[in-house]
Design a protein around this ligand. Structure first.
Ligand SMILES: Cc1cc2nc3c(=O)[nH]c(=O)nc-3n(C[C@H](O)[C@H](O)[C@H](O)COP(=O)(O)O)c2cc1C
Length: 169
């Protein structure tokens, strides 16, 4: 188990997974940890689909057709029930923010368990909705491929220096 400072360093966008199956119990453990994520008004406007059967994986891969993506043995499809999310007085719906926090908790919890993930938002949303027969209120927000990384290499983090975006007022 890593401490938090190490955890944020070892979490990276993995685009090459080994063909090792992931135990359902490990996925349960990961989701159990991540589901303590905060959400506006504690609405928890999320649905998580654990996509792991061959037929269902085909459907998700069709909506994000990349060779590397197809190496992941499991894909978590995170959807927002926008109608259940908090909406501010000026009309801003917070479902995407809530889902992003959940996704971030999942990616960190996965790293803590020695698993790898990658945020994927560049999918065909209409195709996903159709392939999984999602209701209009259940919007796919992010796909998280999940698996054991094919290599132990962790790429270096390229980040702006704090001075480029932090202002002390
Ligand atoms: C909201 C969001 C959407 C992303 N969508 C994709 C994507 O569709 N495909 C992809 O390969 N990576 C995607 N990424 C991964 C980013 O490219 C990656 O997080 C960034 O380059 C930093 O690298 P790191 O995650 O390894 O630290 C996404 C990341 C975020 C946060």
């Amino acid at each position: 188990m890593a401490d938090f400072k190490d955890l944020v360093q070892i979490r990276y966008s993995c685009r090459n997974y080994g063909s090792i199956a992931i135990d359902d119990a490990l996925i349960e453990q990961l989701l159990e940890t991540a589901h303590f994520a905060p959400s506006a008004t504690n609405a928890q406007p999320w649905r998580v689909f654990v996509v792991k059967s061959t037929d269902e994986l085909k459907k998700v891969r069709q909506a994000y057709n990349r060779e590397w993506f197809a190496t992941a043995p499991v894909v978590l499809m995170l959807c927002a029930e926008t109608g259940k999310a908090w909406t501010r007085a000026d009309g801003k719906n917070h479902a995407d923010i809530d889902l992003a926090i959940l996704a971030d908790h999942i990616t960190l919890a996965a790293a803590d368990l020695g698993l790898a993930t990658c945020w994927v938002c560049n999918f065909d949303a209409a195709m996903l909705s159709q392939n999984f027969n999602l209701s209009p209120d259940c919007k796919p927000v992010v796909l998280l491929p999940l698996g054991v990384p094919a290599t132990d290499d962790i790429p270096p983090k390229k980040r702006k220096d704090l001075s480029e975006f932090v202002e002390w007022l």
